[in-house]
Write a protein of this length. Sequence first.
Length: 466
Amino acid sequence: MPITLDYTNMMADAVGAAYGLRDEELTAMAGRTREIHAQIRQRRTAGELPFFELPKDPTVVAEMTALAQDIQKQFDTLVVLGIGGSALGTTAIFNALRYGHNLMDARQRGGLPRLFVLDNVDPDGFAAHLALCDPARTCFLVISKSGTTVETTSQFLVARQWVEACVGDRFRSHFILITDPQSGVLRELANREGYRSCAIPAGVGGRFSVFTPVGLLPLACVGVDIAALLKGAAEMARYVCHDDLMTNPAYLNAVLQYLAYRRGLSITVLMPYSDRLRYIADWFRQMWAESLGKQYATDGSLVHVGPTPVNALGTTDQHSQVQLYMEGPFDKVVTFLVVDEFDQELPLPDYQAAPQMAYLAGHNLAELISIEQQATATALVRNQRANCALHLPRVTAESVGALIYMLEVQTLFAGGLFDVNPLDQPGVEEGKLLTYALMGRQGYEAQARQLAAQKGDLNPRVLACR
Ligand code: PA5
């Protein structure tokens, strides 16, 4: 099995009865697990959860590889324009599997393009990235499931004009639109204006879409072995698609987090001890927050439920957030992401002039980071703080694919435990609509008037340092 879940420190015999779980509590969840699993299976059979089947898509690897080779021939820089689920998975996997890629020169990169994932509309940040690119040699992947997200469409408008100013009428060949197969402005543009495009399979929502062209195309362009990524995900499917709680790591981890939440541990910290896995925590933060943070339960009752995901990085955050985790409120569960074998070890040499450092000689950095993770876990236990660890044997395309798939299934299943719809994000939609109103989009005049009235009713309290 590519991934191991160590939940020793979640249990009462490790951290005490107040915040630790008893075996009986876990076994008592077996029935609920079977119920939720049966619902998931039913929905899968009805074709309502197509993300499950993505790793077995028979054509996507060949299609994405062919398109990637075409992009590699023409361009030296690839820019993803997208946000949320259209960006975070790519960033996470790119960092894990092509760490430092953009810092290498073209020869070191094997002639592969650089990749920038721009997921914000900060004009300074956006302009600074454009300034690093040659418009004649840059390809943009415009990624939006809905095809209407204001950040992505605005980025597209700026980038399109920037490229046109350099290459004239040929600008269309610098853009590939990745969007819904039927609907949305980007799909209309692809059909009408002749842009190249890829379809995000119907029914696959943003944050569950990294194994579609959304993630696979940019990753293939920068040399990620996307076949191996999907193979790892497909292999993980064998372990997470059955209803035996105690042998299904996705279900078991969801249950552990859920029971901890019910004990008041409402903050889920994901803490990779690996620079390469750092952005997996960013990706997971969106998965967990958008999928589980909900106002209404599935029966429409008001619940305001959801664990708060936080990301941290080991060892860096041992000198930042860990003080709070050790001694602050009892409201967190820490999940470590542990790499069992690093690609490099980096031995620590002896240095006679510094006898105070002599204890380090003969060890290496791989050993140090691993020992620091164990030390942090043990210190948390001593402070009665629940924690667990997900171990990857190594950071490879297979293990990263497996991890992502496991966390997707874990999130979907957790939706069942929390009794919310994990596939929607009505709170995010509301913000999108209000932005349209404030930007003067046709059809949103009523919301604009409401907003103006709401603003007029408020008594401004502002302190300006002049
Ligand atoms: O998970 C989701 O559905 C969201 O985070 C979306 O990915 C995000 O809002 C961007 O939407 P879109 O892909 O439609 O531009």
